[in-house]
Design a protein. Structure first.
Length: 609
């Protein structure tokens, strides 16, 4: 039996509380320090999980033991001669993939939210007892997790084991009356668990997801680096996101993201929302290799008490964002036209953000802790996404490597080399290591490219890079507030004037959410939080902005009436056409083979070292 044992119970699910008990058979004789993580790997923001601790107490041999709080997330128990028992109650009402959420219908938690780490014993093996709820209505509950079971019942309740604290907190749990679908990938058992799912095409989801996972395993080379894998999916009315773990991922999606019976036929996915969900699954699954194993040296080991700064998030999230949708077309789940449309949307999203001209992608990585994860109304003007721009850097690097080697190597080669090296030594990447290895593969210096792409705000060489890959990039004007790019505009499409701000619904008007630098709204003096009640003396709702502006397209400016801090103001909005900021990507020759979009059938393990 392990020296460190946790038990997790849910006697007060209706109050959204989790009871966690830690038993230490051999606590520190000088007084045991205990700490709770302040952030969770994969989400780079201090989240202060200890703020949700509503009660904590210690005892030994039936007697209370004093607990001294040393800082916001650290305690020290007084010295005891025998076993130390620490009981903690955690408030769990954050419906996200990062923390914990409990009610009468289900429970979900990450270990960072509920498991105290005993100082000096983080490398010791641990046990976790998941207790079966006894209240009425929980009879159908089951447990889903990728943690190794040791002694569990048919529903999954009982004892689990982990090699150390790092592994303990890397296996989230889902409990409830969920849907569980199983499939194999390269001999490895996989499951997707979906909580509160409406009827959907289960066979289609399993087929498509298996193809994506099989592609990733082939890409890096079998065997897969985990004995089993679980997609833990919480289905909600609104919400979307994912968080990677070493043998699982936690996902948040809407029920509309799942395929409906009869809606999908043939190989290629047609529904935008379903394609988006498969892209999310692909993204998190790729992280099994890129960030859960291959990771920044500064994350080895994780130090979860304070920020861990790295300039490499452009690589770990950006490269993963590049491959998530690329894997869908390579696996035959979406067709080339759909992939090029998705790529065009990414290019459009980056181009429309003025922040790309103010922050480099490496600065975005380094500042994730207080900028990217704490976005406000000025975020589009101040920051660039290391996900989206990082994906475009990856595309350009892919083109550079193919061009430099006459097509013999690519970004695929770089990823496979890094994986082969990780298998040898398990070391983290130095801050400049992707650049150095890429230059080794190219057989020449790539300093000019990396300086421009990573350390300046210059535009990326997307046009020439796509030409190298066999594609063409065109720019057009946007055709309205909902035009996300990626598609050629219809011949009869109207081009309403550009507003230069985003709007949200508000009572009796439209609230200004964000104002883009240099746009008409900024020059009119509009500000985030303003409620526009009329443009050109016509009432306005957020969804009406294109129609109202089109009505005044022949004017040089139009009057805007808006409330700010309870006062009615009048401004004049310049009326002008939108910039060429909407990307459309097509194949240069629709009949020619495009190796870039085709899966590499060669053995990944044969990549050059």
């Amino acid at each position: 039996m392990s020296n460190i044992r946790y038990s997790v119970a849910f006697p007060s699910a209706e109050a959204h509380l989790i009871d966690v008990t830690l038993r230490l058979a051999s606590p520190d004789p000088d007084g045991q320090r205990l700490s709770l993580a302040n952030w969770i790997p994969g989400s780079y923001m201090i989240r202060d999980f200890s703020r949700n601790v509503v009660r904590i107490a210690a005892r030994s041999g039936g007697e209370d033991v004093p607990l001294e709080k040393l800082d916001k997330s650290t305690w020290r128990a007084a010295s005891v001669a025998g076993e130390l028992v620490v009981e903690m109650q955690v408030y769990a009402w954050e419906l996200s993939v990062r923390a914990a959420h409990v009610d009468r219908t289900h429970a979900f938690f990450n270990g960072t939210s509920v498991f105290l780490c005993p100082d000096g014993q983080a490398d010791a093996p641990v046990e976790v007892i998941v207790e079966r709820p006894t209240r009425a209505g929980a009879e159908t509950w089951r447990v889903a997790t990728a943690m190794d079971p040791a002694d569990i019942d048919d529903a999954g309740f009982g004892r689990y084991v982990a090699a150390d604290h790092d592994e303990l907190i890397d296996h989230p749990f889902e409990l409830g009356a969920f849907t569980r679908l199983a499939f194999d990938v390269a001999g490895v058992p996989h499951e997707i668990v979906l909580s509160d799912a409406a009827p959907f095409d289960e066979a289609r989801l399993v087929r498509d997801l298996a193809r994506v996972c099989e592609h990733h395993v082939r890409f890096f080379g079998a065997p897969a680096p985990m004995p089993r894998y679980v997609f833990l999916t919480m289905l909600v009315g609104t919400g979307y996101g994912g968080l990677e773990h070493r043998a699982s991922t936690a996902l948040l999606a809407t029920r509309e993201h799942l395929p409906v019976h009869g809606a999908e036929s043939g190989d290629a996915v047609r529904d935008d929302r379903y394609a988006e969900f498969l892209g999310l699954c692909s993204h998190e699954y790729f992280h099994t290799w890129n960030v859960k194993r291959i990771k920044p040296a500064r994350f080895v080991p994780y130090a979860l008490g304070a920020e861990s700064y790295t300039r490499l998030l452009w690589f770990f999230e950006g490269v993963t964002s590049y491959y998530d949708d690329l894997a869908l077309v390579r696996a035959g789940v979406i067709d080339e036209a759909r992939y090029l449309e998705l790529l065009g949307r990414t290019i459009t999203r980056v181009r429309r953000g003025p922040g790309r001209l103010r922050q480099t992608v490496t600065e975005s990585s380094f500042d994730a802790w207080h900028k990217f994860y704490k976005q406000d109304e000025n975020a589009p003007n101040a920051i660039v996404s290391y996900y989206a721009k990082g994906a475009l850097v990856a595309l350009c690097l892919d083109a550079h490597l193919r061009e430099a080697t006459g097509g013999r190597a690519s970004l695929d080669t770089l990823m496979q080399v890094l994986w082969a090296r990780w298998l040898v030594d398990g070391a983290g990447l130095a801050e400049d290591e992707p650049e150095r290895v890429a230059a080794e593969i190219a057989g020449k210096s790539l300093d000019d490219f990396f300086h421009r792409a990573l350390h300046t705000t210059d535009e990326l060489p997307l046009t020439s890079s796509l030409e190298t890959l066999g594609a063409r990039l065109d720019w057009r004007e946007r055709t309205g507030a909902k035009d996300a790019g990626g598609k050629a505009s219809a011949d009869d499409a109207t081009t309403p004037p550009w507003f230069g701000a985003t709007l949200a619904d508000a009572p009796n008007g439209a609230r200004v959410a964000q104002v883009l630098a240099g746009g008409p709204a900024e020059r009119a003096g509009l500000a985030p939080g303003d409620v526009i009640v009329a443009i050109g003396h016509l009432a306005l709702a957020a969804s009406d902005i294109d129609t109202v502006l089109t009505r005044h397209a022949a004017l040089e400016s139009v009057v805007v009436h808006h409330f700010r801090l309870g006062r009615l103001l009048e401004s004049r909005l310049p009326v002008e056409g939108p910039p060429l900021d909407t990307a459309v990507v097509t194949l240069a020759d629709a009949d020619a083979p495009v190796p870039w979009l085709e899966a590499d059938r060669s053995a990944a393990g044969g990549a050059p070292a």
